[in-house]
Design a protein around this ligand. Structure first.
Ligand code: AHG
Ligand code: MN
Ligand code: MN
Length: 331
């Protein structure tokens, strides 16, 4: 029997054919993100030899100015998306303000991204990633670009979300709300090849991922939670790259937390660029995502760069911390 394989493009087009009336715009949009992902993957892999590691303003051995890789990744995504005319608003973790998208005045989609997540890991060869979110436009096409009404939508209204992980291989994972699909980049042919069409977070591994160094500033519920994890034989695994930690937990099982603490009551991670897209993927894989009290996907954003505490992973583990938090609130 001949083994079947499917590229990312073939897979998205086949699914689009199941939706009568689809215009092909969505396929083009995901393809554009896939292309940017391949280019960033190349940049990440060549970082050491290409002298592109380093802070903006550094010069390389040829005395040329070098850019930080997260700025390069940001540029790759904007260059792939803005000229398509499909996108009426672009928001990036690396940009204080929405990105200029004049060509997208009639675009029907909004794209938000964290161009390079876990970027402190670049210099040490640990996994990093790109996180992306796609929303449908709410304002009337033609009425302008970068409307906050379009950009500040709750995660439950996501049309699609995904991430590209640059690790021992490069993988693209995405969902449109009917399961989670994963693709692995074959660098020899430059194509993402389908590796799993319905990923589930049911690996069963007893793993917790959190920066326990912050625990002196945590509140009682988070401290009690970690103590319970240890007492029940959980292992700690923390890379310090949300994409890396999330991907391992998605495949193997486990929970990732970045709680609020006394210094940063809303934690560190951004709702729109990091938490909502990962929450959509995790729920589609059968897990849960919470800010400790409510579902991440139900939070109505009020600002582009807003942060939120995050508890994300297996349903049982997330429910446990929600229970502990509700107990400590009522004491
Ligand atoms: P980014 O590189 O996009 O700024 O994100 C880094 C984030 C996230 O990837 C990771 O989970 C977290 O920061 C780690 O934070 P700590 O170093 O405080 O543990
Ligand atoms: Mn990030
Ligand atoms: Mn980032």
């Amino acid at each position: 029997m001949t083994a079947h394989y499917s590229t990312l493009t073939q897979f998205i087009r086949a699914r689009e054919r199941d939706h009568p009336g689809a215009t092909g715009d969505f396929t083009s949009l995901l393809n554009a993100i896939g292309l940017a992902g391949k280019r960033i993957s190349r940049d990440v892999n060549r970082a050491g030899i290409a002298d592109i590691i380093g802070v903006t303003g550094d010069t390389n051995v040829q005395q040329e100015k070098v850019q930080k890789l997260d700025i390069i990744a940001n540029t790759e995504l904007i260059q792939a998306l803005a000229p398509t005319g499909l996108v009426c608003a672009i928001g990036s973790e690396e940009e204080d303000e929405p990105v200029e998208v004049e060509q997208g005045v009639n675009g029907r989609y909004v794209v938000l991204f964290d161009p390079l997540d876990g970027s402190s890991n670049i210099d040490v060869c640990a996994p990093i990633g790109t996180i992306f979110s796609i929303y449908r436009r709410k304002t009337t096409p033609g009425s302008g670009t970068n409307s906050l009404e379009d950009m500040l939508q709750p995660g439950r209204d996501l049309a699609a979300a995904g991430y590209i992980i640059y690790g021992s291989s490069t993988m693209l994972i995405y969902t449109t709300g009917s399961g989670v699909h994963s693709f692995t980049l074959d660098p020899a042919i430059g194509e993402f090849i389908l590796t799993n069409s319905d990923l589930k977070c049911d690996g069963g591994a007893k793993v917790y991922s959190t920066n326990e160094g912050n625990s002196p500033r945590w509140d009682d519920a988070d401290i009690a939670w970690v103590a319970e994890m240890k007492a029940e034989g959980y292992s700690a695994r923390y890379i310090g790259s949300l994409v890396g930690d999330f991907h391992r937990n998605l495949l193997r099982g486990g929970i990732f937390t970045y709680p609020g603490d006394k210094k940063s009551p809303n934690g560190k991670l951004r709702l729109l660029y990091e938490c909502a897209p990962m929450a959509f993927i995790m729920e589609q894989a059968g897990g849960k995502a919470s800010d400790g009290t409510q579902r991440i996907l139900d939070i109505q954003p009020t600002a582009l760069h807003q942060r939120t505490p995050l508890y994300i992973g297996g349903a049982n583990e997330v429910e446990r911390i929600e229970r502990l938090r509700s107990m400590s609130f009522t004491q």
